[in-house]
Design a protein around this ligand. Structure first.
Ligand SMILES: Nc1ncnc2c1ncn2[C@@H]1O[C@H](COP(=O)(O)OP(=O)(O)OP(=O)(O)O)[C@@H](O)[C@H]1O
Length: 298
């Protein structure tokens, strides 16, 4: 069953075309990632699907309901964790949760099972004001609040931005457990490494979806030879590789550079080129494409 269907959605703010002709088909129980840099249009799309903003063109349904006509039903059955912090800073952890439960006509007790895993981790701090929680704890509270009315569909707009690596990891584990409860999850992130944890991802840039696929399929279809290259002087390495004639693109990737070439190249040839330019501690090896390589390629 389709849980989220988007047909040709476009939206401009004055002259800025924030999203353009977006089509998406997200299945019930799917964990779908919207991956793209700042300003790509992710928040705009979320706001349209969450019935908070009207599109200029196109239509969309969430859990079978139309985002314009049936906005009330969508609001009842949707959990939305907006990018910017959505909690009441002056209320305690427990008061925040109770507030969200009350506005949806439910109670913490009624749906405790759904949030138990997540909420238990912050329950020792239930008397603390939300404004005084760490980033990771705020995120867990915001997720608990978004889930307390047992939504069928969950929208998470950049939930891990500004959160440390350990909390990010934990957060994705929580999402996997929610998915197992058959909640459809649409999550956006600027972190390409998180894409690997989704069932399918849509790459979005400048308001347009460039590609939709399971992450493994996307990376397996990467069409160019790709190398991981390292040397002592990374800055100079980048400059020099830009002048290497087979280079298609080269960009920093962790402690290495990712070099994609126009045609197959023997790693020895790259080493010789770099040796001639006095590079030391040179490492060159073929590597598998990541989602980031695919994004750069598109
Ligand atoms: N209210 C607004 N008025 C004018 N322009 C806007 C408004 N909201 C967003 N934009 C512009 O629309 C484009 C898409 O923004 P959007 O917030 O949807 O992107 P995003 O992918 O969520 O990025 P970010 O993570 O930076 O929010 C950007 O160019 C942004 O500057």
């Amino acid at each position: 069953m389709n849980s989220i269907q988007v047909n040709g959605i476009s939206k401009a703010y004055g002259k800025v075309q924030a999203v353009q002709d977006i089509h998406l088909d997200i299945q019930s129980g799917e964990l779908f990632g919207l991956i793209g840099p700042d300003g790509a249009g992710k928040t705009t799309l979320f706001r349209i699907l969450a019935t908070l903003l009207l599109a200029d063109a196109g239509d969309a349904t969430v859990a079978g309901w139309d985002v314009v006509r049936d906005f009330r039903q969508i609001r009842r059955h949707l959990g939305y964790m907006p990018g910017r912090f959505s909690l009441y800073q002056d209320l305690t952890v427990e008061e925040n949760l109770r507030f969200f439960a009350t506005i949806f006509g439910t109670s913490i007790e009624e749906n405790y099972d759904l949030i138990k895993d997540i909420y238990q981790q912050i329950e020792p701090f239930r008397k603390r004001r939300a404004g005084q929680l760490s980033g990771g704890m705020k995120q867990k509270l915001a997720l608990s609040c978004a889930l307390i009315h047992a939504p069928r569909v969950l929208f998470l707009d950049e939930p891990t931005t500004g959160v440390d690596a350990v909390s990010r990891q934990e957060f994705w584990e929580m999402l996997q457990r929610l998915k197992a409860k058959n909640i459809t999850i649409l999550v956006s992130t600027p972190y390409m490494d998180e894409a690997q944890l989704c069932d399918r991802i849509g790459l979005i840039r400048q308001g347009r979806i460039l590609s939709v696929a399971p992450p493994d399929e996307l990376t397996a279809a990467y069409p160019h030879p790709l190398f991981e290259v390292g040397a002592q002087n990374r800055y100079q390495l980048l400059q020099d590789l830009r002048e290497y004639s087979p280079t298609r693109s080269v960009f920093p990737f962790g402690e290495f550079l990712h070099l994609s070439t126009r045609h197959p190249v023997d790693p020895m040839d790259i080493r010789e080129f770099l040796a001639a330019r006095q590079h030391r501690e040179v490492v060159v090896r073929p590597t598998e494409a990541t989602v980031e390589d695919c994004f750069m390629n598109l």
